[in-house]
Design a binder for this molecule. Structure first.
Ligand code: FMN
Length: 318
């Protein structure tokens, strides 16, 4: 129950800026690592493996000896034809953290361990967590209800408590965290690190278009639709962006009604470009800011929450 030593180097805030399709690029990763948090991006945000290698070069050239570590997300699925090429590039660059999604495969975990890297794997329930633990991952990212992207449907307390019973590695909690107080609460609940996505879309360094960032400011949890109609796997989307694309959010919520995206949008990448994903934590996002300012504010909020908690402990004589 700890964070591997290779990742705590220069880590000055216990959180990871999560990899986000079409949103996370080198600017976001570099700014995050320089602020003392772990920065990450999906390898598939570059169109080719060569492009992926270029981004790694850019990130490594920009990071200095005092910066926190970085990571990449690899989709482990037979439709990802780039997986083995991207894995070889990851190994060549000795990427400190690899976040695997969908499949937890022992050979891939072993390949990352062989060059000294760490593997964290995304899960939405205890069954997936057991499989990933068997594959030898170092950490599990518990993607709970209300998270941005492909979210789970289980409550974070239920997930942490069940998975901690059989897993001794690093636990990261993902889902609807927007403030430093949320990060403190995640650690209090038993997580080793918080995993924040949506909050980092509303930063100057994120590659999201301005209208997407504005929508995050204008919306709250009531404006999030959980549906599998866009990508076949349940994910959370900003309802106004569904409406703007001519989709009916009420129909999208009906599990028996599949929206036929084929006529409107030719590929999933195109879908995510115009139908914007966000977690239920949007209600706490009120401005777009530079990552450095955001992380500095998260730290202040973390301390405030900690002091408020200590006062409550004292109040009850516990
Ligand atoms: C726009 C968007 C794109 C995402 N794309 C990916 C992705 O490509 N790979 C991945 O592992 N997770 C992806 N996620 C999930 C995040 O890594 C993370 O689990 C989630 O954002 C955390 O919940 P939060 O957004 O409520 O903070 C995405 C999330 C969002 C909001």
């Amino acid at each position: 129950m700890a964070v591997p030593a290779s990742l705590t180097k220069n880590l000055r805030f216990p959180a990871v800026a999560a990899p986000m399709f079409l949103v996370s690029g080198p600017e976001l990763v570099i700014a995050t690592c320089k602020s003392g948090m772990i920065g990450t991006f999906p390898a598939l945000n570059q169109r080719t493996s060569e492009g992926y290698a270029e981004w790694l070069n850019t990130i490594k050239a920009a990071l200095g000896p005092d910066d926190a570590q970085y990571g990449v997300n690899l989709i482990v699925h037979n439709t990802n034809t780039r997986l083995m090429a991207d894995l070889a590039i990851t190994a060549q660059h000795k990427v400190p953290l690899v976040i695997t999604s969908l499949g937890a495969v022992k050979d891939i975990v072993d390949g990352v361990h062989a060059y000294g890297g760490v593997v964290f794997h995304d899960v939405i329930n205890a069954r997936h967590a057991k499989k990933a633990a068997d594959a030898g991952v170092d950490g599990l990212i518990l993607v709970s209800a209300g998270a941005g992207g492909h979210a789970g449907s289980q409550h974070p307390f239920a997930l942490i408590n069940e998975i901690r019973q059989f897993f001794n590695g690093t636990i990261l909690l993902s889902g609807a965290m927007s403030t430093g107080g949320d990060v403190a609460a995640a650690l209090m609940a038993g997580a080793d690190l918080a995993y924040m996505g949506t909050r980092f879309i509303a930063t100057e360094e994120a590659r999201a278009v301005e209208a997407y960032k504005e929508m995050l400011i204008e919306t709250s949890a009531k404006d999030i639709t959980y549906t599998d109609a866009i990508s076949g796997i349940n994910a959370n989307f900003l309802t106004p962006s569904l409406i703007a694309n001519g989709l009916d959010p009420a129909a999208a919520k009906d599990p028996h009604h599949k929206i036929d995206m084929a006529h409107e949008l030719s590929s999933e990448a195109k879908a995510w470009k115009t139908i914007w994903s966000a977690g239920q934590g949007v209600g706490s996002i009120h401005e777009v800011m530079p990552v450095a300012d955001l992380v500095s504010r998260l730290k202040t909020e973390f301390h405030t929450a900690n002091e408020a908690f200590a006062a409550k402990v004292k109040l009850y004589g516990l």
